[in-house]
Design a protein around this ligand. Structure first.
Ligand SMILES: C[S@@+](CC[C@H](N)C(=O)[O-])C[C@H]1O[C@@H](n2cnc3c(N)ncnc32)[C@H](O)[C@@H]1O
Ligand SMILES: Nc1nc2[nH]cc(C(=O)O)c2c(=O)[nH]1
Ligand code: SF4
Ligand SMILES: [Mg+2]
Length: 210
């Protein structure tokens, strides 16, 4: 598997934000979101087999592992790695753009799907997988404008996501003021959750490996 970095930090995003977590960041992505804060993971990295990744994860005192990237679902062995982590008692979350099949992942793995908004420049044509998510999964919209928020709200409605999965709205860093996003959320009446990138508040926006 191709790995950019493995680090121990707090989960900065989503409904599990604030919890200690080991991050495994895989190298490579097939999308190019305009706002991507992790372009350093598009290339480079080092080959590690699953045993080496498991050993590195085990160096840290955490029970929660986040598989991210780049795009983790481009790694052929990702479902096997997730299964091995679960068998060792870890809670496992997979951060993905959702534009690669997710069905090979074990059901116990938490799918955190970032539904790419028009503002990302990488909207998907097929969102049918949203209808197969489970209650512990999360659907995240990174909002670049009020138009993006309206578009996201329509996806939530069309796929009946409210109350069925965790629905999260996150401001694209530096593009949307959190207070504007909160206002749009409250005006919409949706039962959704604001997600800020807590690690950027703690360590600053440009620090890698946190
Ligand atoms: C770097 S991506 C890696 C996982 C996967 N490729 C994806 O897009 O979900 C992890 C998360 O960071 C978010 N992200 C990246 N740049 C961001 C930014 N400038 N502001 C807010 N969220 C950002 C992405 O939208 C995604 O939800
Ligand atoms: N602390 C921290 N939390 C995160 N949650 C998701 C991240 C990601 O880049 O996928 C991330 C990250 O890069 N850092
Ligand atoms: S899919 Fe994720 S890693 Fe790839 S460009 Fe978009 S935000 Fe960055
Ligand atoms: Mg990140």
């Amino acid at each position: 598997m191709r790995v950019t970095e493995i680090f121990f930090s707090i989960q900065g995003e989503g409904s599990r934000a604030g919890r200690p977590c080991v991050f495994v960041r895989f190298t490579g992505c097939d999308l190019r979101c305009g706002y991507c804060d992790t372009a350093y993971a598009f290339h480079g990295g080092a080959d590690m087999d699953r045993a080496a990744i498991l050993a590195e994860v085990a160096r840290h005192p955490a029970r929660f592992v986040c598989l991210t990237g780049g795009e983790p679902m481009l790694q052929r062995e990702l479902p096997d790695l997730a299964r091995e982590l679960l068998a060792r008692g870890y809670e496992v979350a997979v951060e993905t753009h959702g534009q690669r099949p997710l069905d090979a992942l074990p059901a116990e793995a938490i799918r955190v799907v970032d539904v790419k908004t028009p503002g990302s420049g990488e909207v998907a044509t097929d969102l049918a997988y949203l209808d197969r998510l489970q209650p512990h999964d999360e659907v995240k919209f990174v909002v670049c404008s009020e138009d993006d928020f309206r578009w996201s709200r329509e996806v939530v409605r069309r796929h009946a996501l409210e109350g069925r999965v965790q629905v999260l709205f996150s401001p694209a860093w530096g593009q949307v003021a959190p207070r504007d996003l909160v206002r749009w959320m409250l005006e919409s009446g949706l039962d959704a959750r604001l997600s800020l990138q807590v690690h950027k508040v703690v360590w600053g926006p440009d620090v890698h490996g946190v």
